[in-house]
Design a binder for this molecule. Structure first.
Ligand SMILES: [Ca+2]
Ligand SMILES: [Ca+2]
Length: 279
């Protein structure tokens, strides 16, 4: 082989190597950039807006394409038996005002029953014991507080009514005061519905209350937190096992309002309660 031919072959071989290397480089760049741009377009983000960990060149399996500005982050999966807690609704100003009034009323009644207890040695009973079928608890509360002179502060007639139109039987008296033939009034919430009242000795019972013009059954409520606490303390042998549920207001009273929707939910939903004032 002469010198000229050898030089020609060497140059040709270099050209082939260079072209091959260029093609490989181009294909490599195209192969890496295309999915990135496709992913960014699908997320509606520019390359500049990509998450930091992607911009830093982490391997594809470590990039999290669902993250980034504007990307919807799915909520964590629910555990067995768990349920989503709905967002609390935004209440109109009038509703908030009435809730505050009803809360104030319940707090005043709690004070009144404490004063009643200081005078008589016990909280006002939630029954008058003569077969009253509707609004029994709150009528008994109003009658006992009224007879003891502990309802005078409730001078706004809007908070007293007789939604079921009943009256005390003739000859009926309470704490020495004759009530026979008089209206058997209820204490009303700010929406004009009777409150629900139970004294602790009646927590295992239920009442029929006329709320929003219809008879609704009210049942005293158990405190889940108190139940859990008692269970734990019993397991730790730091508390003797007690029989019976742990009610809200144990050894006290439960008072609640059906709230803005006028539907008794036994302290749940939008009800306003003596044991869980939410605003
Ligand atoms: Ca009544
Ligand atoms: Ca309600």
């Amino acid at each position: 082989m002469d010198k000229a031919k050898a030089t020609y072959l060497l140059v040709a071989a270099n050209v082939v190597v260079l072209v091959g290397a260029s093609v490989f480089l181009v294909l490599s760049l195209v192969g890496e950039e295309a999915p990135r741009e496709e992913g960014a377009a699908a997320r509606g983000t520019s390359a500049a807006a990509r998450p930091v960990h992607a911009a830093r060149g982490l391997p594809p399996e470590e990039r999290r394409p669902a993250e980034g500005p504007g990307a919807a982050v799915p909520p964590p999966p629910l555990l067995p038996g768990e349920s989503r807690v709905p967002e609390p609704p935004v209440l109109p100003a009038d509703t908030l005002k009435k809730r505050r009034r009803t809360r104030w009323l319940i707090k005043r009644l709690e004070l009144a029953v404490e004063l009643y207890r200081a005078r008589t040695g016990h909280y006002p009973p939630s029954t008058l014991g003569e077969g009253n079928a509707v609004n029994e608890g709150v009528e008994a509360l109003a009658a006992h507080l009224g007879a003891a002179g502990l309802l005078d502060w409730l001078d706004d007639p809007a908070y007293l009514g007789n939604t079921d139109g009943d009256a005390f039987p003739e000859g009926f008296s309470l704490l020495g005061k004759p009530l026979g033939g008089g209206e058997r009034r209820e204490i009303l919430d700010a929406w004009g519905n009777p409150l629900v009242y139970f004294r602790s000795d009646r927590y295992a019972s239920r009442q029929t209350c006329r709320i929003s013009g219809e008879d609704q059954v009210a049942v005293p409520q158990v405190s889940r937190l108190a139940e859990e606490y008692r269970t734990r303390r019993v397991l730790e042998e730091k508390m003797p096992a007690r029989r019976g549920p742990e009610y809200h207001g144990r050894d006290f009273v439960q008072i609640w309002s059906a709230g803005p929707d006028g539907r008794n939910e036994n302290g749940g939903g939008d009800d306003v309660t003596s044991w869980n004032i939410r605003e």
